[in-house]
Design a protein around this ligand. Structure first.
Ligand code: ADP
Ligand code: MG
Length: 316
């Protein structure tokens, strides 16, 4: 997933500590499975890689029930976001190579307008045909689940904990990069708190959110994966409408939802849509939002306001 995975489990006693170890192992295996066998665009063992390889083919290409379901949920989000969120965006993602730049593998450069237009013509969910358990992609199209993979993975972790039965650990925090799931009650009885990074100062926070057990929090921003050229910042969330990095005036979008898929998908979608359309979309899904705009101003849903504490501890 190209990010840091952090699993924190709070066992009550020695026996639970043993169970926690086993659980940790199983969760890591599940994350590897999801990435290597299903969602990765880069691992040649994955279903998505295989489907992308066959873009343009007219033959039958079976799709797993799991991936088919994810694709339908993504298609709905594309419709609801007027195309701002689109997992068929792979051709643009591979053109801009912003993740590779951010990882220090290559130097960033702005592609030609013609190359952007060409890649943009290979994006759009109408080029993804799902029929009778088979999938067909338009020629040149590539699926990319970078916007939702971590959220989906958190939903899998939740399911494992629910179905765990014999391995009922009481509490934990599961963080996959900027997507976090808090589970159970903290042993000291205090609420779970998740800090929201300040997009303008590394190491700083714009505030802290009290997150109810069972919820997921995802943040998308322009301050970690980007490069700078010609005096502007090119970050890794792209606007399918233009083919260029999104430029909606928001620098950071945090979404709180009971669904990991929704928190991750909406954080990307709202980042592209900007303040007005983004807040309307989050509301449609009953998700709470916190936006930081390019002037450092914070905008929150009412539900988020009641969970938000600024750095000096005063509710806002
Ligand atoms: P992060 O991966 O940093 O947590 P996001 O969840 O917002 O951030 O996902 C960004 C990733 O999603 C990009 O690296 C790219 O792979 C993909 N992506 C970029 N733009 C879009 C978009 N408009 N819709 C869907 N996926 C996108
Ligand atoms: Mg996302």
């Amino acid at each position: 997933m190209g990010t840091v995975v952090s699993l924190t489990i709070y066992p009550k006693d020695e026996q639970e500590a043993q169970e926690a170890k086993a659980l940790e192992q199983r969760i890591l295996e599940e994350l590897w499975h999801l990435e290597r066998d299903c969602l990765s665009r880069k691992a040649d063992s994955s279903e998505v890689y295989n489907i992308n390889q066959h873009a343009g083919d007219l033959g039958e290409m079976p799709v797993s029930e799991e991936l088919g379901k994810i694709l339908e949920e993504c298609r709905q989000m594309t419709e609801d976001s007027d195309g701002a969120f689109d997992v068929s965006i792979g051709a643009l993602v591979t053109l801009w190579k912003i993740d590779e730049v951010a990882a220090g593998e290559i130097q960033g450069s702005v592609p030609s307008r013609a190359a952007v237009e060409n890649a943009r013509s290979c994006v759009g969910m109408d080029g993804v045909i799902l029929e009778n358990g088979c999938i067909r992609l338009k020629e040149g199209m590539m699926l990319d689940f970078g916007s939702v993979g971590k959220g989906i993975a958190l939903d899998h972790v939740e399911k494992m904990l629910r179905d765990g039965g014999d391995t009922a650990v009481p509490a934990g925090v599961f963080a996959l990069g900027g997507s976090i799931y808090v589970y159970g009650n903290k042993p000291d009885g205090t609420p779970w708190r998740v800090a929201v990074k300040d997009p303008f100062s590394s190491g700083g926070n714009v505030g802290v959110l009290e997150v109810p057990a069972g919820f997921k929090v995802s943040t998308s921003g322009d301050y970690e994966r980007f490069f700078e050229a010609d005096g502007r910042r090119y970050s890794h969330i792209l606007d399918p409408a233009t083919g260029y990095p999104a430029d909606s005036g928001l620098c950071s979008v945090t979404i709180l939802s009971e669904s990991g898929f929704l928190s991750d998908a909406l954080s990307t979608a709202c980042y592209v849509l900007g303040k007005e359309k983004g807040s309307a979309l989050a509301e449609k899904y009953h998700a709470e939002y916190l936006f930081v705009d390019e002037n450092g101003e914070i905008f929150m849903s009412n539900g988020m306001k009641s969970r938000y504490f600024s750095e000096n501890g005063v509710g806002n």
